[in-house]
Ligand binder design. Structure first.
Ligand code: NAP
Ligand code: MG
Length: 402
């Protein structure tokens, strides 16, 4: 078979620990034999981030702006223990945070649905994609403990010195207060990323806040989404045969439980934090969750939702066998290759991405899987494969389909 040609490179961001090991096996077994793989390589492994004073992370994000599509391996976000372990010059920031800030993107997380790994919610048949606004609200709040009686106010001081005040509460005893904020610009970016992603994946978009109670704060979110939708997306959505749907957050939660899936659920920061953990655990496994960062300009960075699997890595270092699930990392590659194929009108590349995904799901559906899935599958007598043999089993099915 002739290898599939690529015209534009993908931005490749290598990472850490067990996922770095899987990364190489995935390329050797599932990509190089079939594709003339073109990538611009950035090593985001912690040692190299440290050597470059984290410049490599910034460079990889800039490259994503240049080429439009990136694929990223999971990376360590350093804490005190990691600073010691890797003898770091500093406690470098989370690469995902850095890249997100540069691309101003929204993260969309979607489960990979396979027969045999059944969602806890019976009627969920298709994936539910969660889009979480990643700026502000309770995550950038100022808080105070109020020790005793007294008055608390919100005060806005304009540049000309004029003030607007709003009473929070006249305390008669001890209590607590919190000041939250958000930025119209950030909400607008969030809205555009969601609308673009809905068009891109041809799925309905749901958005919900508590605007009946929060008549200025949450209502601003609702209004910004509606204004941008009406001005820029209404016609495009109609043409694509999809819908934008706004409702109250409690109504959304109730509807999600009764729905069959196949839509995007845009959430404010806190709702997204909570709901993404609920949706991902109800769908079965963090190892079967994909993640893509979409910028309002239409740049895409694909990755797995899970981390570097430190525990598996240390087993591997000791020479012990691991059974680590590589599906979400493989889907990061297929997502990026498919998007590259779309942008470059490369039909062969798009078809390859579809076939590789199918090879992953059919391998699992045939009863061959890693330990994490064997523990939760409804398939009887699953065959548990080690990390490498699982990828080789996928390769076999992929070869049969090409
Ligand atoms: P993790 O790597 O996702 O692993 C948590 C646990 O989930 C694992 O110990 C494993 O359970 C299970 N698991 C996750 N992915 C799996 C897979 N593909 N196959 C099988 N089991 C899987 O999260 P963590 O241990 O909290 O974090 C480890 C490192 O990853 C940290 O340094 C963190 O900073 C980093 N991290 C990076 C990203 C990212 O780059 N996007 C995201 C999250 C965390 P068992 O051990 O029980 O098998
Ligand atoms: Mg959380």
């Amino acid at each position: 078979m002739e290898k599939i040609k690529m015209t534009t490179p993908l931005v490749e961001m290598d990472g850490d620990e067990m996922t770095r090991i899987l990364w190489k096996i995935i390329k050797d077994e599932l990509l190089f034999p079939f594709i003339d793989l073109k990538t611009e390589y950035y090593d985001l492994g912690l040692a190299h981030r440290n050597e470059t004073d984290d410049q490599v992370t910034f460079d990889s994000a800039e490259a994503t702006k240049k080429y439009g599509v990136a694929v990223k391996c999971a990376t360590i976000t350093p804490n005190a223990a990691r600073v010691k372990e890797y003898d770091l010059k500093e406690m470098w920031k989370s690469p995902n945070g850095t890249i997100r800030a540069i691309l101003d993107g929204t993260v969309f997380r979607a489960p990979i649905v396979v027969k045999g790994i059944e969602p806890c919610v019976r009627n969920w048949k298709k994936p539910i994609t969660i889009a979480r606004h990643a700026y502000g609200d309770v995550y950038k709040a100022s808080e105070m403990k109020i020790p005793a009686a007294g008055k608390c106010e919100l005060v806005y001081t304009a540049l000309d010195g004029s003030e607007v005040r709003e009473l929070i509460h006249n305390f008669t005893g001890a209590g607590v207060i919190q000041g939250q904020h958000n930025l119209c610009e950030s909400i607008e970016s969030f809205a555009r990323s969601c609308f673009n992603f809905a068009l891109d994946t041809r799925q309905d978009l749901w958005f919900a806040t508590k605007d009946t109670i929060s008549k200025k704060y949450d209502h601003t979110f609702k209004d910004i989404f509606q204004e941008i939708y009406d001005a820029e997306y209404d016609a495009k959505f109609q043409e694509a045969g999809i819908e934008y749907f706004y409702t109250l957050i409690d109504d959304a939660v109730a509807r999600v439980m009764k729905a069959e899936g196949g839509f995007i659920w845009a959430c404010k920061n806190y709702d997204g934090d909570v709901m993404s953990d609920m949706v991902s655990s109800a769908f079965g496994s963090l190892a079967m969750m994909t993640s893509v960062l979409v910028s309002p300009e239409g740049y895409y960075e694909y990755e797995a939702a899970h981390g570097t699997e430190q525990r598996h890595y240390y087993k591997n270092l000791k020479g012990e066998e691991t059974s680590t699930n590589s599906v979400a990392t493989i889907f990061a590659w297929t997502g990026a290759l498919r998007k590259r194929g779309e942008l470059d009108e490369n039909q062969a590349l798009k078809e390859f991405a579809d076939k590789l995904e199918k090879a992953c799901t059919s391998t699992i559906e045939s009863g061959h899987m890693t330990r994490d899935l064997a523990l939760i599958t409804t398939i009887e007598d699953p065959v548990v494969l080690n990390s490498e043999d699982f990828i080789k089993a996928i390769r076999k099915r992929l070869e049969e389909s090409l």
